[in-house]
Design a protein around this ligand. Structure first.
Ligand SMILES: [Zn+2]
Length: 74
């Protein structure tokens, strides 16, 4: 896989996903992704992106200010 920004090599790894919503901050750890070794650009595949959306949606209902979850168990 090649980075669409700089053309560098993208390696399979995991990352911590942050999302700031209106009333809360969502942190999802150990999210599988591809990361560029040159510029650090991170991409998620479609399945992962969908799952992140689902997790975020669920967490929004919990009314906590900061939610930290692990991707693999969320
Ligand atoms: Zn890159």
């Amino acid at each position: 896989m090649t980075c669409c920004y700089c053309g560098g090599d993208m390696a399979e790894t995991t990352t911590t996903y942050f999302e700031q919503l209106e009333n809360m901050i969502v942190i999802i750890k150990n999210v599988p992704c591809h990361k560029c070794g040159q510029c650090g650009e991170v991409v998620y595949n479609a399945l992962v992106a969908e799952r992140l959306e689902q997790i975020t949606e669920q967490l929004q209902k919990s009314l906590t200010e900061i939610a930290v979850v692990n991707y693999s168990v969320a």
